[in-house]
Design a protein around this ligand. Structure first.
Ligand code: HEC
Ligand code: HEC
Length: 337
């Protein structure tokens, strides 16, 4: 219980106001709390940043209008469902995967994007800026269409990311502590049946037997882990190692690092063997799409693979979920010519 409470406090807005005192002592306390929750301590060369909270924002010396825009970005990040039908076509909020309002280490905290971009990204083979990185999660994780580049909503969401990075130098040379969803080493063997049983035991109470989650009115209580209301086949979390990393570090809710590595990987494998909306890069044929995307993206996913339990080819369908189109116009190559 204490574990759960300190986790909630850490991932929430209560603790660790970094502006109040970004001292060595604050950092040490922050690291202690994380290691007590089972996360590894930072390596000697790693950059540790405690992102500021929304309470810090109120006390910060920034123009009131800027504060209003950052608040708007925060609101969109944590309740992205307000863009449902326009930019979002599933039950996700950004904070469904980026826990603790996008501030939580080992839950892909979002601020690193603000200090490491613009940069080249292999996923789409060109230089991306922060807006395009955000657009990627809209396109794949939210099974949607990003707000227009330069629009009020895009500016607000970007401003929130940049606010979280406050105080970090651009293009840091050190590796960033807690970035992404680092996965434990892959066990020798992954088992579907074991994953299914462990899911039923540890996860279905919130996420449902069929991974559908729980929605009440216009609010998502528990997001869908597969099916029409989940992320599509183009999302980063469809890579089995990314799902395993997310699960090990963040689930069951409030009990991070409580599953064994084998359990986290088996569950990730089981989830990765379920259907979800089509990859926006679909060419009309799953084999052809796989040939074009495997090397760059689907090397570590189950897309186009045969499910061992019933021979179903994963991703072999035209279903785009609730989204009335396959690919948003903003997904395009960029050549600078
Ligand atoms: C279904 C889960 C999921 C949802 C929902 C989601 N993301 Fe992500 N996001 C990811 C994954 C996976 C990564 C890649 C992490 C990695 O590098 O391994 C990522 C990475 C990012 C990054 C880059 C972080 C870095 O270290 O550079 C940003 C920024 C980001 N997401 C923003 C957003 C925003 C904004 C939204 C809502 C519009 C959103 N995400 C919704 C899963 C998700
Ligand atoms: C007590 C309820 C609860 C339990 C139990 C739970 N989750 Fe979650 N899960 C959540 C909530 C809530 C979120 C969204 C995060 C947020 O809104 O703070 C989430 C998010 C997720 C996500 C990312 C978003 C998505 O829908 O894909 C995955 C994957 C996930 N959980 C998998 C699991 C797995 C696997 C287990 C079992 C090991 C599990 N969860 C157990 C409540 C729960």
């Amino acid at each position: 219980m204490i574990r759960t409470l300190s986790y909630v406090a850490l991932s929430g807005t209560l603790l660790f106001s970094s502006i109040a005192a970004a001292t060595d002592e604050t950092t040490q306390q922050y690291i202690n709390t994380l290691t007590e929750l089972g996360y590894p301590a930072p390596k000697a060369n790693e950059l540790v940043h405690i992102p500021p909270t929304m309470e810090d924002l109120e006390n910060a010396k920034l123009h009131p209008e800027l504060k209003r825009v950052i608040r708007r970005g925060y609101d969109l990040f944590t309740n992205t469902q307000q863009l449902r039908g326009e930019n979002v076509f599933n039950n996700m909020n950004c904070s469904s995967c980026h826990m603790g309002e996008g501030r939580m280490p080992f839950s892909a905290p979002v601020w690193p994007a603000a200090v490491t971009l613009p940069n080249f990204r292999g996923k789409n083979d060109h230089v991306n800026n922060l807006e395009e990185r955000i657009a990627g999660c809209f396109t794949y994780s939210m099974n949607g269409k990003p707000p227009e580049y330069g629009s009020d909503n895009m500016l607000a969401i970007s401003a929130y990311h940049q606010w979280l990075a406050k105080g970090v130098a651009m293009y840091p040379e050190q590796p960033i502590y807690g970035r992404g969803f680092p996965a434990p080493d892959r066990p020798k063997e992954l088992r579907y049946a074991r994953g299914e049983a462990a899911f039923e035991e540890n996860c279905s109470v919130c996420h449902g037997e069929d991974g559908e989650g729980l929605r009440v009115g216009n609010q998502t209580v528990f997001p869908a882990v597969w099916g029409d209301m989940s992320n599509n086949w183009g999302a980063g979390i469809v890579r089995v190692f990314t799902a395993a990393g997310f699960i090990k570090n963040n689930m069951p809710l409030g009990q991070p690092n409580s599953l064994s590595d084998q359990e986290a990987w088996d569950i990730a494998y089981y989830i990765s063997n379920q259907e979800r909306p089509q990859d926006p890069r679909y060419t009309g044929d799953v084999k052809d799409t796989l040939e074009k995307t495997q090397e760059r993206f689907h090397k570590h996913s189950m897309y186009g693979q045969v499910r061992e339990t019933d021979g179903h080819i994963l991703g072999d369908h035209n279903n785009t979920g609730e989204k009335p189109f396959l690919k948003p116009d903003s997904v395009r190559p960029r050549t600078f010519e």
